[in-house]
Design a protein around this ligand. Structure first.
Ligand SMILES: [Zn+2]
Ligand SMILES: [Zn+2]
Length: 174
């Protein structure tokens, strides 16, 4: 795949004293977003994410926010779907603390890997199943045609009529 997200913030160069904080607009490029074996793309792929950095008594606290718009296949009908959501995530990193919860996987050698964090946060913010619309009817299991465009009265197969009712008949006859 294309080169991964690379935006990195050198925390030392922020020169924050304890108790201080700063806000940065970080350019990020998310790269491919993979979910359930399907590939989605952010649109636009490059944008500025808002990063708040603060310095509590020890280490750093971070908050990353950006609106996420993405496009890719609907898991039911495979037509293009375009969705949007908000990403708002936090991390803390306290070096020298023996608690994994207080170490951020995105801080390496005193550098915050904003691009990698933004990419992971985007994938987590996406719905588990991307649908073109909430009531997407999906594909006909018999012929593979999209049932979103089909008239249920017209779309029948000799082997059992509208396939959506077949399951129901099965249940009723039990
Ligand atoms: Zn769909
Ligand atoms: Zn069919």
């Amino acid at each position: 795949m294309a080169s991964g997200p690379t935006t990195i913030i050198d925390l030392g160069r922020l020169s924050l004293a304890y108790g201080e904080g700063t806000r940065l607009d970080c350019p990020v490029r998310l790269g491919p977003l993979e979910l359930g074996g399907q590939a989605y793309v952010a649109s636009p792929e490059s944008f500025d994410a808002r990063l708040d950095v603060s310095r509590p008594a020890n280490g750093f606290a971070f908050r990353l926010r950006f609106p996420l718009q993405f496009e890719g296949p609907c898991v039911r009908c495979l037509e293009g779907a375009a969705l949007e959501t908000e990403v708002d995530v936090r991390e803390v990193d306290q070096p020298g603390v023996d608690d994994e919860e207080l170490r951020s996987p995105y801080v390496v050698d005193n550098q915050l890997e904003v691009g990698r964090w933004a990419h992971d946060a985007a994938v987590l913010a996406m719905p588990a199943r991307v649908l073109c619309r909430a009531d997407c009817a999906g594909l006909c299991p018999v012929c593979g045609e999209s049932l979103n465009d089909a008239d249920p009265a017209e779309h029948r197969h000799d082997t059992g009529g509208d396939p959506r009712w077949a399951k129901l008949r099965e249940l009723n006859s039990e």
